[in-house]
Design a binder for this molecule. Structure first.
Ligand code: 4AD
Ligand code: MG
Length: 478
């Protein structure tokens, strides 16, 4: 019997008294008798019972936390509490020793900060095992959602020569020798001599290329890494994050909102069904963590309740202007509790405002639409009022903005005029403008920040804990 069975399958086995081989890493070893073994297939460990009287003491010594083992034995109904089955070992092989003095991940509670510094080993904790299994399910569910609806998965470039969001927060891509950068006669960097013959950067969004696809394939989505050199050291920002960007020809803003709401509910439901154990574990983790907070800062709902609540309620839809009116009249604004007081119409909302709307006022996810054009990107469709654009942001409890999108400006003259006003070079984006020259049509799309979604579903508090190896200012370890 050499075929390995995964621990998840063993724990669900209807059959007992069968010979099994199980492989994994030691989470704990107590009384020289009980090994808690985990292989990442589930959060639950399988208990291995060691016949210590008949086992070589030298081997027993090598069964330490973190060691990799292969165990052969019999799966039996467990007599002990806490598990239904266990494996009585007949043969234990040490595949990889671990030095218990030096192994950083001990069977005790480690802080998330400590684990971030040991991100290469943190997968071996229950919390991070659960997070990355949930992340996996969400990613799969995103594809399933769009594939079921006939969308084409389009791979947009990682290296581009444009800054889709026009925010100037890009990472340069070059193969210049940085000690000897070619200069023009007038002393500027001579990008003509660079690899691509022009200045290039890592993409901040696949949207512009996504729109080109939608103008022929009708319904596309991207799902890839995006990069932003914004120096925001927050629990919601990464320098490298994954974004899902659907783009749909013939959709207007209402269709766009419907699509985003359906997608979010679909993927959350998928994770709830598929990862019930993990979400149960994460719910308990969060409940414990909440207990350390002052009473008035504790969440009224558990993680599980929050997720279910999100599935069972329509998202609240209102305009930016309506939101400003609510915020202006809100208690925290009147009592000067906001760091950025709401004074008038036109300013961008800060996350404290977004969270007030979602967590205090409506107490559910909110979709805000029709923002002032000054605070949004050039490509959004202009409303007839001359002041606002057909934008939409979806705001989630505990997160703030999770989705940003819009109906696109499909009218060439309006688009060019806006680009000129905003100093976006129309010549460089000739290919984007071509879609408005040849068979332009109404269309809409949005971007979902994948890590913000994972943050919501896992109930974690810091975005650096929901991507395997986070990239943020002054950190690119691993
Ligand atoms: O709102 P953003 O900047 O929109 C776009 O990039 C559009 N091109 C999307 C589109 O319409 N196709 O970003 C979209 C989402 C945000 O709502 C947020 O969830 C996430 O991406 N996001 C980040 N996530 C982590 N770290 C960062 N630095 C992020 N910046 C944006
Ligand atoms: Mg945005």
């Amino acid at each position: 019997m050499s075929q390995r069975t995964k621990i998840k399958a063993l724990l669900q086995s209807q059959q007992t008294e069968i010979d099994v081989t199980v492989k994994g890493w030691v989470r704990a070893f107590r009384s020289n008798r009980f090994i808690a073994l985990n292989d990442g297939s589930t959060n639950n460990n399988i208990q291995i019972v060691v016949d210590f009287e008949n086992t070589d003491p030298a081997l027993l010594k090598r069964i330490t936390v973190g060691a990799a083992l292969s165990v052969q034995g019999k799966l039996i109904a467990s007599l002990g509490k806490g598990q239904t089955v266990e494996v009585v070992a007949s043969d234990i092989e040490i595949l990889g020793d671990s030095d218990p003095e030096k192994y950083p991940i001990q069977p005790k509670k480690h802080s998330l900060e400590f684990l971030r510094e040991h991100a290469h080993l943190r997968f071996r904790t229950s919390t991070f095992g659960a997070i990355f299994r949930v992340r996996n399910s969400l990613a799969f569910a995103v594809h399933q959602f769009f594939q079921e609806r006939g969308f084409v998965y389009l791979h947009t470039p990682v290296i581009t020569a444009s800054d889709a969001e026009g925010a100037g927060e890009t990472f340069h891509v070059t193969n210049f020798d940085l000690d000897n950068i070619p200069k023009t006669e007038t002393g500027e960097i001579d990008f003509k001599q660079d690899f691509f013959g022009r200045a290039t950067n890592l993409t901040v969004s696949g949207q512009l290329e996504g729109e080109l696809g939608a103008m022929a394939l009708s319904d596309i989505y991207t799902f890839g890494p995006t990069f932003r050199a914004e120096n925001s050291n927050t629990t919601r920002h990464l320098a490298e994050f994954w974004m899902i960007e659907p783009e749909v020809a013939f959709n207007d803003l209402v269709d766009n909102m419907d699509l985003a709401e359906d997608m979010l509910k679909y993927v959350i439901k998928y994770a709830l069904d598929k990862n019930a154990d993990d979400i149960e574990f994460l719910t308990q983790r969060l409940t414990e963590e909440e207990k350390t907070k002052p009473q008035n800062e504790r969440s009224e709902m558990t993680l599980l309740e929050k997720l279910q609540f999100c599935l069972n309620n329509d998202f609240e839809r209102l305009t930016y202007t309506e939101a400003i009116d609510i915020l202006k009249e809100s208690t925290p604004n009147k009592k000067k509790k906001f760091v950025y007081p709401i004074e008038g119409w036109g300013t961008d909302l800060q996350s404290e405002h977004e969270r007030y709307l979602v967590e205090k006022h409506f107490k559910k996810p909110v979709i805000l639409t029709d923002y002032p054009k000054e605070i949004k990107a050039f490509y959004m469709r202009q409303n007839d009022d001359g002041k606002t654009v057909r934008a939409m942001d979806i705001l989630f409890p505990g997160i703030g903005e999770i989705v940003g999108g819009s109906q696109r400006e499909e009218r060439l003259d309006k688009l060019e005029q806006r680009m000129n006003e905003m100093g976006i070079p129309t010549e460089e984006l000739w290919w984007y403008l071509d879609t408005r020259r040849f068979g332009s049509c109404p269309h809409a799309g949005f971007g979902l920040g994948f890590e913000r979604l994972v943050l919501f579903v896992t109930g974690m508090g810091n975005i650096r804990d929901v991507i395997p190896f986070p990239r943020f200012p002054k950190n690119a370890e691993f």
